[in-house]
Design a protein. Structure first.
Length: 214
């Protein structure tokens, strides 16, 4: 099971307007909240653990390189998200949410993290039960006061924009994720990575570099 959908590459991107967010080179983590229980579970794209001491211990064994992410989430971003869920009228009718963050440090690369590197969590998506993903514009409006992924572009997704991203003209290290739609089932996503990141992958993974590309 994938808790976060696979994002398609730039070759088959929809034609239309989008919001392009910086794509960070870290680990994709999800966090689950319910009105009755609060924050109750979390995990990576492929697994899930509860916030009990036993769950935290099992997570540490399974993902030693991510140790500390739960404490970081609860101390930095959890309360701010909960206030939005409780106080913003857009979300009053929903009883549960799943939010997605990237966990990274300044020297993180391809999901690997340096133990002594200070880490941060960057919020990049919110999913509401029975609805789906919050649309990109609504996401920025409602959650932009928190540590969200940087918006680098808003407008029509064109070949020129994609090539400018690849050439490094937007100052992003890995690339961008373009998101369009108003929310729910009509949200679409496409990733565009930089040529500089491509070269970094080739040096690190040789013939396997395309496994980490678009």
């Amino acid at each position: 099971m994938l808790f976060y959908p696979k994002i398609q590459g730039s070759r088959n991107t929809p034609i239309g307007r989008c919001v392009a967010f910086e794509k960070y080179d870290g680990s994709n983590l999800h966090w689950d909240w319910e009105k009755e229980f609060g924050w109750h579970s979390f995990g990576t794209r492929r697994d899930e653990f509860d916030f009990s001491s036993n769950g935290l211990d099992r997570f540490k064994v399974a993902h030693a390189n991510l140790d500390g992410c739960a404490a970081l989430f609860l101390s930095t971003i959890a309360d701010g998200l909960e206030r939005v869920f409780k106080d913003n009228e857009h979300y009053a009718s929903f009883t549960s949410f799943r939010v997605f963050t990237e966990y990274l440090g300044s020297n993180s690369f391809a999901g690997l993290h340096k133990p002594d590197d200070p880490k941060q969590l960057v919020l990049f998506d919110v999913w509401a039960d029975t609805f789906g993903m919050v649309g990109p514009k609504q996401f920025v409006e409602d959650f932009g006061h928190l540590q969200i992924a940087k918006v680098v572009y808003e407008g029509r997704l064109t070949g020129t924009f994609a090539e400018d991203v690849r050439m490094g003209k937007y100052g992003v290290a890995e690339g961008v994720v373009c998101k369009g739609g108003n929310g729910g089932t009509d949200v679409w996503m496409a990733k565009i990575k930089t040529y500089a990141y491509m070269e970094k992958l080739k040096r690190a993974f040789a013939d396997r570099w395309e496994d980490y590309w678009e």
